[in-house]
Unconditional design. Structure first.
Length: 402
């Protein structure tokens, strides 16, 4: 019998010293299952309660908690190649989407894109992460090649290093599961904050046919005043080649161009670039209807393709910047944009200036703005925490597995 190759990881829990052993994926489970797709033109196959997962349900960044989009009937299982797969199995994408896998805590079925491992002979959490790491290494080694899939035979023959001690497997698997659970917790909180912000945007500003919002701070009353944007903003026309380059994004608003993870495509000659100052609102004239606008917390310059406006007296620009993200405002920007197709729609300041909005007194503007800033600040804290935890996880994955 061939002697098994043994080695140890860079970082290890205390109390363990035995070398790891190399095993095949086939040694991880007693049973394996394929899958299949019931006929899509038979409605009675797709009205059941049996989870049926497909490759698009699985995210490479989420090894747990898959949410199936489709459910099938027992008749569908009997009439197709898909099979009942026991709970606590690992579903591995073996066709389009190779590299993705998920632990399934409940009984399920899959499409033909999966190979599932059941009756696991390793700690389930360790099994998920070790197979994930093996697949990522495989993909990295053949980077640049179009990967259509991997056969069942080839997948089961792949080698993985693992500790022989089940206790060490549990510690490693539990450590990474706790990291993923913490990341998921912060993500849920972040998603909740985004929903709260979205709801407040619709409820704390009046609808077009109304004069007061549905939700309001108790110390304010009276109607909001209708104004044209041209009555409360001026267009900034200064040009300069000097200053930090600023950009406007749909998701993050106005940010420093140096923070963008993309190539700098700005013009070498910036003499015609527009000046933007702290407290201004800048927007992409061709993407205003998609939400490409924001309040600037910086002084700088930006491309002539953008429009820069600054507020007149008693107008809180940050309050208006939040208003510009409302769904009905985006629809208004779309209606007022000039152009034959969506690729050429353009909203310059003369057209923007004619749009009517409703605004409260300055002190109410400030209070509403402060609420949204607190929501955004808390969201940023959760986002930063998520990014930090992902970096920690990546570093440990590279040092705690072989």
């Amino acid at each position: 019998m061939k002697k098994l190759e043994k080695s140890v990881p860079v970082i290890r829990f205390k109390g363990f010293s035995e070398a790891w052993e190399q095993r095949k994926v086939s040694d991880y489970a007693i049973n394996t299952y394929g899958g299949g797709t019931p006929k899509t033109n038979v409605p009675e196959y797709w009205s059941g309660e049996i989870p049926w997962i497909q490759s698009s349900d699985v995210l490479i960044s989420n090894l747990f908690n898959v949410i199936p989009k489709k459910y099938i009937t027992e008749l569908a299982v009997k009439s197709s190649a898909t099979k009942f797969i026991p709970a606590n199995s690992i579903a591995i994408v073996s066709r389009v989407g190779v590299g993705k896998l998920v632990f399934m805590p409940f009984e399920y079925t899959t499409s033909q894109d999966f190979l599932s491992l059941s009756n696991l002979q390793v700690d389930s959490n360790f099994g998920v992460y070790s197979i994930y790491m093996m697949l990522q290494k495989e993909l990295k080694n053949i980077q640049g090649t179009s990967i259509k899939g991997i056969t069942k035979t080839d997948l089961l023959e792949k080698h993985i290093n693992k500790p022989s001690s089940r206790e060490e497997q549990k510690k490693i698997g539990g450590f990474f599961k706790q990291l993923d659970d913490t990341i998921a917790l912060h993500q849920r909180k972040l998603d909740t904050l985004k929903l709260i912000k979205k709801g407040f945007l619709q409820q704390m500003f009046p609808k077009s046919e109304e004069d007061v919002p549905k939700i309001r701070f108790t110390d304010f009353d009276g109607k909001w005043r209708q104004r044209k944007l041209g009555d409360v903003f001026n267009e900034r026309s200064e040009r300069s080649a000097d200053g930090e380059l600023i950009s406007v994004t749909i998701n993050s608003g106005v940010i420093k161009a140096s923070k963008l993870e993309k190539k700098d495509n700005s013009s070498f000659d910036k003499s015609n670039y527009k000046v933007v100052k702290k407290g201004d609102i800048a927007y992409n004239s061709m993407r205003m209807w998609q939400g490409a606008s924001g309040y600037s917390f910086y002084d700088g310059i930006l491309s002539p393709a953008y429009t820069v406006i600054y507020p007149r007296k008693d107008i809180n620009a940050l309050f208006i910047a939040y208003m510009f993200k409302k769904i009905d405002m985006l629809q208004t920007f779309q209606r007022n944009s000039q152009g034959l197709t969506s690729d050429t729609w353009n909203l310059k300041f003369p057209s923007l200036s004619t749009i009517k909005i409703k605004i409260p007194a300055n002190d109410e503007q400030i209070k509403i703005t402060n609420l949204f800033q607190k929501l955004e600040y808390t969201s940023i804290l959760h986002q930063n925490r998520i990014e930090m935890l992902k970096k920690v996880k990546k570093a440990y994955l590279q040092t705690m597995f072989i």
